[in-house]
Design a protein around this ligand. Structure first.
Ligand SMILES: [Zn+2]
Length: 217
């Protein structure tokens, strides 16, 4: 019995492969890939956009871009856990002592979420909040209409594509006005999506105190 268990454990360990290079690895990613991933980490993670703090773990390039791509295939839960933890470490190092903000991930539209089966930002938000101890509200924001895939649009169309794309979810609507919100997304590119979410929340009386993203383009 004991030997059987040991064998199963050994098989489990030996079967795990690096999420980036697919070589056999003891952890989610192998030491080589870990080192490469760390080259993407920003030296100064905190910036400001329109007076709002924007915290990003890394540059959207090379290994980090590859790992975020992996979120869309298999191993998504494990990759999200790792990314949420990396982001959590950075957040704890730079936090400006907001009292109990609610973490709200940027939602996917229902149709796209059904196609993919999950919202990668929600998975990262869960891990981030487990690590930091913050409260998460996965359905704090709801998409109100599908948006065409951003990459297929010109920069100008990207801006209009996401306008009025969100509404406050029923659970968040019950929270007191003035509640502090941290918005979380996987990638920050033009900022159009985030701006639209900030506007929706502000109009409903909530205070967005920070934006946190895994990667900044
Ligand atoms: Zn590797």
């Amino acid at each position: 019995m004991k030997n059987g268990l040991l064998q199963s454990l050994q098989q489990l360990v030996l079967q795990s492969r690096c999420a980036m290079c697919q070589r056999l690895s003891f952890g989610l990613i192998c030491p080589d890939c870990r080192r490469q991933l760390e080259t993407c980490q920003l030296a100064i993670p905190l910036a400001f956009v329109d007076m709002l703090p924007l915290l990003a773990w890394g540059h959207y390039q090379g290994p980090l871009k590859q790992l975020l791509g992996r979120l869309k295939y298999d191993q998504q839960a494990q990759v999200a856990r790792l990314l949420g933890q990396l982001l959590g470490v950075t957040w704890l190092e730079t936090q400006s002592h907001h009292r109990q903000p609610i973490v709200v991930p940027i939602p996917l539209h229902k149709v796209r979420q059904r196609e993919r089966g999950y919202n990668q930002s929600a998975l990262i938000a869960n891990s981030f909040c487990q690590f930091t101890g913050l409260n998460v509200m996965l359905n704090g924001l709801v998409r109100v209409r599908a948006t065409a895939a951003q990459f297929s649009l010109s920069p100008q169309d990207r801006l209009t594509n996401v306008s009025e794309a969100f509404r406050v979810g029923p659970e968040l609507a019950q929270k007191s006005r003035g509640s502090k919100i941290v918005l979380l997304d996987d990638i920050y590119t033009t900022g159009a999506t985030i701006n639209s979410a900030v506007e929706t929340l502000s109009q409903a009386g909530f205070q967005v105190v920070e934006i946190v993203v895994v990667a900044k383009a």
